[in-house]
Design a binder for this molecule. Sequence first.
Ligand SMILES: [Fe+2]
Ligand SMILES: [Fe+2]
Length: 529
Amino acid sequence: MLDRPMYLKPDVAIEPLFNQWYVWWYLISPATAPLFVSRLHLKLMQSFVANPDVHVAALQNPALMGGPFINHPVSRVGDVKALLERTTREQADMLAYTKAVSDLEQLLASSKGESLEPLYAKVPDLLRGYVELHYDLAHRANARIMEPLLYRSSLYKESSQSISLMRVSGDARKYVFSTPRLEGDSPLWLQVPFRHEGIDALFRMRHTPGSPGQVAEMLGVPSSAAEAFADLFTETAPRKPEPYTGPGVRVRYFGHACVLMETREVSVLTDPVISYEFPTDQKRFTHADLPERIDYVLITHGHADHLMMETLLQLRHRIGTIVVPRSNAYSLADPSLRLVLEKTGFRNVIEIDDLQEISIPGGSLMGIPFIGEHSDLAVQAKTAHLVRLAGRSMLMAADSNALEPRMYQHLAQLVGPLDALYLGMECEGGPMSWMYGPLLSQPLPRKMDQSRRLNGSDSARATEILNHLNPKEVFVYAMGQEPWLRHVMVLQYDETAPQMIESNKFIEVCRGRNIPAERPFLSRESILE
Ligand SMILES: [Fe+2]
Ligand SMILES: [Fe+2]
């Protein structure tokens, strides 16, 4: 039965895991993963093992979902304890790395502007040969971590990567970033690294029939899971995508910041986050609506709702080129997205710089500075993408916060007037610690934490962008409201949420100027002729 050509069922989901935790970019880079394991995962597990009732009680309150609480019942304490012990034992070098990073910070803080040469001998042993010490021009000492070298060290642990496969019957999934997966959660938990070719063979079967038996062999599916694995496949062919053969650009909103732009010549997909397919009244595009080959995937930044490994791994086999922003090698907060993707099996990953232009069939791509939204950290790996196709121009600005409207004034000549502006409006993002806390060696004072938030633009800032770039049409997107994002974005906004109030206000501003504006939800299609 398993050797007849079959398709992957459209409701099959994958969870990429690191030490059994749902993965995001900071858990792939060996420069940052140890900090998250030591300062987040272990702490959460220790807290759960000591007081599971506190976690269970906290999660009764939906407002605390997304907080530092493990979403397992008290009865799973034994399994969490086992994972805690195994992580502490097997990842001892990660704990040592975390201590070395914090010792190095202290060492650098003691420097007084004189030569850093004598300090090399005092660099914690584990980091020696992996860092260059330097001053900025105000004589503050810092270290450049040689990330590509770290990927070649034992700190890059492919053995900690695994995948879990499951069928989903709806959008409802629990929030993933604060809860590890435990033994027995899924019969199809497979110990393969993310770059494994079996993952491509499996997801190719979404559109091209293949042999489940062969894929099972590639992925090392144990015989005890053979039945669960066989249940992932069907003889029924999926819906066929409708290729675009008309004039201009067909633009399809797939939800959140994911937009597919197609001409007769080329397909471009931004920040892929694609819904699975199952019976639902909420009409949406799914994997079945994607072209068999996606020529370009554009990533705006590393946040998990934009660089979603879960979706990217499923698309990897059909992506031609993937374009990412360049990172800042001098900041531990900014691991290279190119390396994250190359090391996890993506081919043709290219970095784009601010104002760099890349030709594509029938048009071009340009990196446009994306400022703000990263708690004032030295993160450079963020870009807006200006997509020019068939004589049309679209700016995919993601969570850009127009902190300095003058930047858009400087850009106006180069960018505007636009056919369409896509802008997020997460004007009240989480506090700094929510995303970046584990990167910090020192505790973060509450006042600092609350003031340095992950804020995108509000209506006033967005209006400044509007004033300078003169778009013909505006879309407020990347609002995280599609139900298939609930496992990575906890918040569902009602009409009183500042994100809704501000985006409604901005949409009114646009309409007042006779610029069509809307906040797409679920799906949308338009043709720019
Ligand atoms: Fe973001
Ligand atoms: Fe976002």
